[in-house]
Design a protein around this ligand. Structure first.
Ligand code: BES
Ligand code: MN
Ligand code: MN
Length: 451
């Protein structure tokens, strides 16, 4: 089985490099042609790997690449999902090598998208190629690879609703998450939801001289900081009324199981160069990033930020705020609660505007399903260890959407590491992880088709 992998490693790496060189940043319109070009590349590679009916499906935004290999309708079908778009590379100055010129250092591939998700999505394509070449594809497979994951998958939902029959499958396989360590495999069994919005606080109708007016007129930046600070209490709980009402309380048994996962707080702190962690009282670090909801400012701006000093009392202040949600919070409800609360706490001296961005629902995936067991067995074969089921903090909103629209559950068999610096400068993906994924996925297919 692995002879093919051994013989083709260099080419499989070279192809990934070609994919990583296309800057498919979905958030920035300046990169739009590259996002479309990436879809073309993915299409070509699916065809070369042996998929049928490969098609670039246009949407109101970036296209979805579809392909399939139906070998026998009486056999089960796996729907492979991944995304070919990437996060912006900013801040570019902090990269040690250019983000779209992949290089290998210490056994890792450095490039934007190497781990999230080009490297992981491409493992699925290469694993499929390998099964085709070895004549060992044991069941049907469909590919749906999108270009808007990093901006909320809005058009994917429309596509899914319109293509329910074509997308019919018995399980969705997603490789877009991380595991505990290279010698400690895990399978993600829960993801947080997301409510993302932007706030605008307006004071006077124009920027003012901070000496002439300062002290008498509300400074929207000062006010915004007060308002944001008030969103957490001393226990670092979120103060928005009703915010925790629907939060699913995780059982003592599950919390005890989580506490058994290997985790070193000292390594964690050392890795981030922080003297201490900070979070909601009464919960461990692992719990704070998985089973508890959060509120974070992602960006804040306003006033004068150029060279030197300019005395100004600004007219406006802005912030981008995200809330990570857990079962059974709903992103629309939480967004509404935030908006009402934020407007209520604003003093009469300012005006407040809240603009929701994309959102997504939290997800919990089953551990008693055929797909989970197949992933577990596959990792047992290739890692020699039983993977640990673990909820993580990131969000993949389409998991809940697939459940709702297609009535199909997902299995989140990711091969990244939390230390891969996804969304950060110097994102990287281990060569070990890339090939481990390609090696493991065919075992997943094997067990899925016999269990
Ligand atoms: N692949 C990530 C999510 C992820 C990363 C889950 C690591 C678990 C471990 C995905 O591409 C992502 O970044 N999602 C966004 C949400 C999306 C709506 C923009 C996120 O989590 O911020
Ligand atoms: Mn991703
Ligand atoms: Mn991402």
């Amino acid at each position: 089985m692995n002879n093919y992998l051994e013989a083709n490693k260099d080419r499989m790496l070279e192809e990934l490099f070609t994919l990583l060189r296309i800057p498919s940043v979905s958030a920035d319109p300046a990169y739009s042609e590259h996002v479309f070009a990436t879809a073309e590349f993915v299409k070509e590679q699916l065809i070369k790997a042996g998929a049928d009916n490969v098609e670039i499906c246009q949407t109101a935004g970036f296209p979805i690449v579809y392909g399939e290999k139906m070998i026998d309708l009486s056999k089960p079908t796996v729907l492979c999902y991944g995304h070919y778009d990437v996060q912006p590379a900013d801040p570019i100055d902090l990269w040690d090598s250019p983000p779209f010129e992949p290089v290998i250092k210490d056994g890792k591939i450095y490039a934007r998208g190497s781990a999230d998700d080009k490297g992981q999505m491409y493992m699925q394509v290469k694993a499929f190629e390998m099964m085709m070449q070895n004549n060992s594809l044991p069941c049907n497979v469909k590919f749906m690879i999108e270009g808007e994951e990093e901006v909320g998958s809005t058009n994917l939902e429309i596509f899914v609703k319109a293509n329910k029959e074509r997308l019919k499958s018995d399980a969705v396989l997603i490789c877009d998450t991380s595991m505990i360590a290279n010698d400690c495999p895990s399978i993600t069994t829960g993801l947080r939801g997301l409510s993302y919005l932007e706030v605008e606080v307006t004071g006077p109708n124009r920027d003012l001289h901070s000496g002439v007016y300062g002290g008498a007129v509300a400074n929207p930046i000062n006010i915004l900081c007060d308002m944001i600070a008030s969103l957490h209490d001393e226990q670092r709980r979120i103060t928005i009324p009703g915010f925790y009402d629907k939060v699913d309380q995780v059982s003592v048994a599950e919390r005890e199981a989580m506490a058994k996962a290997p985790f070193s707080i000292d390594d964690y702190k050392a890795h981030l160069d922080i003297n201490d962690v900070l979070g909601e009282e009464g919960y461990s670090t692992i719990e704070r990033v998985s089973i508890r909801p959060t509120l974070d400012v992602n960006g804040i701006w306003g006033g004068y930020i150029g060279q030197g000093a300019k005395t100004v009392l600004p007219s406006k202040a802005y912030a981008k705020i995200s809330m990570r949600l857990v079962p059974n919070q709903s992103h629309e409800e939480i967004t509404a609660l935030f908006e009402a609360h934020f407007k209520k706490i604003a003093p009469a001296s300012v005006k407040v505007k809240v603009t929701p961005h994309h959102g997504g629902e939290p997800a919990v995936t089953p551990t008693d399903s055929k797909a989970y067991k197949a992933a577990e067995k596959a990792m047992e074969v290739t890692f020699g260890k039983t993977p640990i089921p673990l909820r993580t903090g990131g969000s993949i909103p389409i998991v809940t959407m697939f459940e709702r629209e297609l009535n199909t559950k997902s299995v989140l068999m990711g091969f990244g590491l939390d230390s891969d610096a996804i969304h950060s400068p110097n994102e990287h993906y281990g060569i070990f992880n890339y090939f481990k994924g390609i090696e493991t996925i065919p075992h997943f297919f094997h067990y899925f088709s016999i269990l």
